[in-house]
Design a protein around this ligand. Structure first.
Ligand code: ZN
Length: 112
């Protein structure tokens, strides 16, 4: 559906870095196999978010949010071939760290 980079404080903590790289898919057309563990958090914008991660290695896999209930937002690193990932925009840049430099050619959007 779309791909993005997110600089919210939760993504900084989840990735241990300055931002996450993610892509969204229609949850009604996507099947999740295998076990994940989830925890709930509140986004910088105040939305309820559930973050799913691998119970064995702890890698973040996908998120769901009350703002987009029919969407899975996967972390780009879950792709078998990450070369196909091209972020279309950046969100939550207001929470970004000064040391986290992102291509200024990528559109900035703010989430509500
Ligand atoms: Zn985020």
């Amino acid at each position: 559906m779309f791909s993005l980079l997110c600089q919210c404080t939760q993504c900084q903590k989840i990735t241990g870095s300055g931002h996450s790289a993610q892509f969204a898919v229609d949850a009604n057309k996507t099947e999740i196999e295998g076990l994940v563990k989830k925890y709930k958090l509140i986004s910088d914008a105040g939305n309820s978010v559930e973050s799913a991660f691998c119970p064995n290695c702890g890698n973040p896999i996908y998120k769901t949010t009350s703002m987009m209930p029919d969407t899975f937002v996967f972390h780009a690193a879950t792709l078998d071939d990450q070369r196909f990932f091209k972020p279309k925009f950046v969100v939550n840049s207001g929470s970004g760290q000064l040391w986290d430099h992102i291509d200024p050619g990528i559109e900035r959007k703010e989430q509500g």
